[in-house]
Design a protein around this ligand. Sequence first.
Ligand code: CUA
Length: 167
Amino acid sequence: MHLHKYEKIWLMFGVGSLVVFLLVIGIGAFYKGTHPQSQMTTIDPQNVEANEAFKQENLGLTKVDENKYILNVVASAFNYDLGVDEEGAQVKSIRVPKGSTVLFHVTSKDVVHGFELAGTNVNMMVEPGYVSSYETVMEKPGEYTLVCNEYCGTGHHLMYATVEVYE
Ligand code: CUA
């Protein structure tokens, strides 16, 4: 069999690209390991309540200091659990004063969800087994929609909540 010179070059290029690709994937996945951003905090997705932050009574917004808040959220298909109000109804919106520092702690009980506060720099991937955390200052007053931006099933579009920043 006779191969044309250019055929050889392109064949070598193709095989070379494949080897490079496999090396990158292999090193990334097995040697370095791929982790979500807050790889330090792991959690049992079957028992998120074992973590103090995700106990039912600690979910939602907690004021920890003057202008400082923590928001603990458990994501699951197809809901963001922000705790319950005095009447026992699911909280769907929270309010913080302008200029507040908010530390978000989020985990998932089942599949991968997103946690994007549209119009802000809050945008996390929420993976079962990990706690995703992010702290930000809510400078601009307004009503922000929290949306799931990772497709998680038939009720994906039903996953939302609102965060209001008031003057
Ligand atoms: Cu949760 Cu999409």
